[in-house]
Design a protein around this ligand. Structure first.
Ligand code: PLP
Length: 408
């Protein structure tokens, strides 16, 4: 991987965020930056092809339809789905998970049923399930091993029973970096006739994902964390399941025939894409996938492993700094959360910002996990394909500045 060449594709990385302070962007778990190749495709689309899809017979409508549909094919191949019918475009991971929840509630989940999730989840894979308490559906949570932040796998076996209809977990943790053994967890779900949903928001952008090998029923992710624009996300679902669950939203484009009495549903995946879609966003997501594939997902993963190992080694040397998550890079992504003595993470992040270093502080939309770790918040650095060792050094320099400011 030629990082210098890659960096030239991302115009924002040239920015000075404060006088004399060039941007060091280490907030990739929140959202990634966008390369010219994605920005240009979107702007070209609006300059040349813009029209609504799946309805017009004129040239522009045909072109935009083809571009949008092709993006579904690209994204489905990217995660090794069998066909584009299994690839629904949504707004983001949150909407994808909400889609699964609403569709299952309409006919597949009933009072007395149970769901298994984990304490490691992002709020977007907790809240849609815990609100089902009102419908008499219970959610059980698998705990983590505090020392290294990995799931207590045996608890999936202990918690599962004949009432369990869904097992769900995060693939890569946005706080601990932990990469969960989804294949094993999915097997436990399927051995017990439960659906298996994976939150892939932090895995798809950073490693090769194979939904067939994983054997998940649903897989949710966001475009904006993988070089694509905001407002476009995806849900993979097995075809036979998607055929047999209800749509989440109703209206235009998701129907086959409508009368004043009843309606029938469009073919997959359009059955789940009501109304005018985020057409340019979908095309942008296709361009992002092209870009990631041209670099190579295995190389991206290797690069992030090296950067994360380097960061962890350097951070371990900082007095008074506590790190979270596993040390074994085979089960860890490029996310590093830490707390520094008693300094509030917002202060850490604000001082870092004066040096141009963008990190996230707070609960990272994972309040139950942060609480389980015995903290109120953490500071988080998260890496991507364009980050360098020199930027990790800047992170360490920023921490030294925090220590100096607080006379630690
Ligand atoms: C693991 C994980 N799941 C879900 C989400 C929610 O993604 P979005 O805000 O794009 O819906 C995030 C975002 O940070 C995440 O990290």
């Amino acid at each position: 991987m030629n990082i210098e060449k890659i960096r030239k594709d991302f115009p924002i990385l040239e920015r000075e965020v404060h006088p004399g302070k060039k941007l060091v962007y280490l907030d990739n778990a929140a959202t990634s930056q966008k390369p010219n190749q994605v920005i240009d495709v979107i702007s070209e689309f609006y300059r040349n092809n813009n029209a609504n899809i799946h309805r017009g017979v004129h040239k522009l409508s045909e072109e935009s339809t083809e571009m949008y549909d092709d993006a579904h094919t690209k994204v489905s191949k990217f995660i090794n789905a069998d066909k584009m019918e299994e690839m629904i475009f949504t707004r983001n991971t949150s909407e994808s998970i909400n889609l699964v929840m609403h569709s299952l509630v309409d006919g597949k989940l009933k009072k007395g049923d149970e769901i298994i999730s984990t304490v490691m989840e992002h709020h977007s894979n907790i809240v849609p399930w815990t609100i089902l308490k009102d419908k008499g559906i219970k959610v059980n949570f698998v705990d983590i091993n505090e020392k290294d932040g990995i799931l207590k796998l045996e608890q999936f076996e202990e918690l599962i029973n004949k009432n369990t209809k869904l097992v769900t977990c995060i693939h890569g943790s946005n706080v601990l970096g932990t990469i969960n053994p989804v294949k094993e967890i999915g097997k436990i779900a399927h051995d017990n006739d439960a659906f298996f949903l994976v939150d892939g928001a932090q895995s798809v952008p950073h490693m090769k994902v194979d939904v067939k090998k994983m054997d998940c029923d649903f897989f949710a992710f966001s475009g904006h964390k993988m070089l694509a624009p905001t407002g476009i996300g995806a849900l993979y679902g097995k075809e036979e399941i998607l055929e047999n669950i209800s749509p989440f939203m109703y209206g235009g484009d998701m129907i086959k025939e409508v009368s004043l009495e009843k309606s029938s549903w469009n073919d997959l995946p359009w059955k789940f894409e009501a109304g005018t879609s985020n057409i340019s966003g979908g095309i942008g997501l296709g361009a992002a996938v092209d870009y990631l594939e041209s670099v190579g997902m295995d190389d991206i993963r290797d690069h992030e492993i090296k950067l994360t190992e380097y960061a962890l080694n350097r951070l371990e040397e900082v007095d008074g700094l506590k790190l979270f998550g596993p040390k074994d890079m085979k089960i860890r992504g490029g996310v590093v959360s830490f707390v520094l003595n008693k300094v509030h993470p917002h202060d850490v992040a604000s001082i870092m910002d004066t040096e141009g270093v963008a990190v996230r502080s707070g609960h990272h939309c994972a309040q139950p996990l942060i609480e389980r770790l015995g903290e109120n918040s953490t500071t988080r650095a998260s890496f991507y394909l364009y980050n360098t060792k020199e930027e990790v050094d800047k992170l360490i320099e920023g921490i030294e500045k925090v220590k100096k400011t607080f006379r630690l």
